[in-house]
Design a protein around this ligand. Structure first.
Ligand code: 4AD
Ligand code: MG
Length: 484
């Protein structure tokens, strides 16, 4: 085979060819074979966009040995003339003059097959799963959302804060943390009372992986006014659900002088910006995922199917206001619901409970049929830093609830009053010394401020219509699994 021609040409990405097809030009493409039909048509994908480029070969011009190596997901370089396609499904195609096998793939041994494969199977073969239509669409969108998030905040004059990954504080007070230590198990030095002497450890104190960058973001907001974090967060909660990861990414804006209402406005504008950005920039990927979801629902009972397809759902959320109501109002609605009266909820509804997924889903999917922002939760089910309302029972907390996902954002106005914060910290049995620096932000130049955390993978779930959070992060970490 004459490879000089392929090396003379510079590679063009398929996205650029399709965006601006210069028919008659000689082009070189490189990518992975998605399909090879009739010994003649190669569907080639290089990941630059959803669409494959068809490479047409005249098999008489190629060695049989070469043709045999054009297999599912083998990597090839193909050069030839770009021509208008006579077949349906594509505008242009390449009449191949030269094919080079860059990386062959033996179909008898390759774990993936050119057919529908379960998500579980793809997860076990995550080293290859990004080559599938579904996964590559998901991960292109994931990138797009990350970019949109930085753009949204940058355009509004926010500063990106790199909050630490290793920390000595427990921001949420929930205690679901991964310990960071250099002590050998069973060989940790002990204090006189028999407990582990963390003073001897690497950092001279007990440390863990962060559960949230919020407390550090508050430091920055009280100097730079508008900041956000965007980083990995870790929770050792043993919840093996399709909505929880042990390692996930969170975006946490924190804004000086904002109250809870500004906070809700920001959250709604932020989510809508992201949705619009994805619809504008990834239409092919969204369309594919929308069709995929509809297809997967075809054999379901009608009442289990979503009322709108994915594309329509995204447009609907973009065009409609989120419903805003208090936790107390939500409890009243739930108690008046048919579902409650007929005993269809597994968990009881009573003022003071932490709403269960079934309650949130009823509010969002059955009752309002759109995203909901709940505010003013009972203080006993929320974190210590949330601002106490005048009723002395509720705090200025907000949760944004989404159809099919549940909670996507959690946030609050922060308690800026030193004495009130101190008594909350004492009430909850938190050691004051550990949080004195946080308290001091209220003693020296404090101000009202508010912020929230968006679960990155939760918004990706919503945007892609995927069913399991493990399929929207490249390498999921969940209880019992840290492969790859
Ligand atoms: O509601 P959370 O716990 O709020 C905080 O951490 C606050 N410090 C945020 C703030 O006010 N700055 O978490 C925020 C969001 C949730 O709404 C959810 O979307 C996501 O993070 N989240 C998870 N996502 C995946 N896996 C988990 N285990 C998650 N836990 C929370
Ligand atoms: Mg929460």
């Amino acid at each position: 085979m004459d490879t000089t021609k392929t090396t003379e040409l510079r590679r063009t990405e398929i996205k650029d060819i399709l965006k601006n097809p210069s028919v008659g030009d000689k082009v070189l493409v490189k990518g992975w074979v998605r399909a090879f039909r009739s010994n003649r048509f190669i569907a080639l994908n290089d990941g630059s966009c959803f669409t494959n480029l068809q490479v047409v070969i005249d098999f008489e011009h190629f060695e049989e040995d070469l043709l045999r190596q054009i297999n599912f997901h083998s990597c090839i370089a193909a050069s030839g003339t770009l021509v208008e396609s006579t077949g349906s499904g594509q505008l242009v195609e390449i009449m191949a003059e030269d094919i080079e096998i860059v990386g062959g793939s033996n179909p008898d041994e390759y774990p993936l097959q050119p057919k529908k494969q379960t998500m579980e199977f793809l997860r076990e073969n995550a080293q290859f799963r990004m080559r599938t239509n579904t996964m590559s669409a998901v991960f292109r969108i994931r990138h797009g959302v990350a970019f949109a998030i930085h753009k949204f905040f940058n355009d509004k004059g926010y500063y990106y804060l790199h909050s630490p990954i290793i920390t000595g504080s427990d921001a949420e007070g929930a205690g679901e943390m991964f310990r960071v230590t250099t002590f050998e198990p069973n060989k940790a030095p002990l204090s006189e009372d028999g407990s582990i002497d963390w003073k001897e450890d690497f950092f001279g104190k007990a440390t863990n992986l962060t559960v949230s960058g919020q407390l550090q973001a508050e430091i920055a907001a009280l100097a730079l006014s508008k900041v956000y974090t965007f980083g990995p967060t870790f929770r050792a909660e043993n919840s093996n659900t399709s909505r929880h990861l042990a390692e996930f990414w969170m975006i946490e804006p924190e804004v000086a002088f904002n109250d809870i209402h500004d906070n809700m406005d920001l959250a709604e504008a932020f989510i809508k910006y992201i949705i619009k950005y994805v619809l504008d920039n990834y239409p092919d990927d969204v369309e594919f995922l929308s069709k995929r979801l509809s297809d997967s629902e075809k054999n379901m009972k009608k009442e289990l199917r979503r009322p709108m397809n994915l594309l329509k759902t995204l447009e609907f959320v973009l065009e409609n206001d989120f419903e805003r109501l208090t936790y107390t109002e939500a409890i009243e609605l739930l108690k008046r619901s048919k579902a409650y009266k007929k005993g269809r909820f597994e968990f009881d509804v009573e003022w003071g409970i932490d709403l269960q997924a079934e309650h949130e889903r009823w509010l969002v999917e059955k009752h309002f049929k759109k995203p909901v922002i709940l505010v003013d939760y009972p203080k006993d089910i929320k974190a210590f830093y949330m601002r106490m309302n005048d009723d002395g029972k509720t705090v200025a907390a907000m949760d944004v609830l989404f159809p099919y996902i549940g909670e996507i954002i959690g946030g609050s106005q922060r308690e800026e009053r030193y004495d009130v914060l101190l008594s909350r910290i004492q009430e909850m049995g938190i050691h004051q010394e550990e949080l004195q620096w946080y308290l001091d932000l209220r003693r020296f130049g404090g101000c009202p401020h508010a912020g929230f955390g968006l679960g990155f993978e939760r918004i990706i779930l919503f945007l892609t219509g995927m069913a399991n959070i493990r399929d929207v992060i490249p390498f999921p970490r969940t209880p019992g699994n840290a492969a790859f």
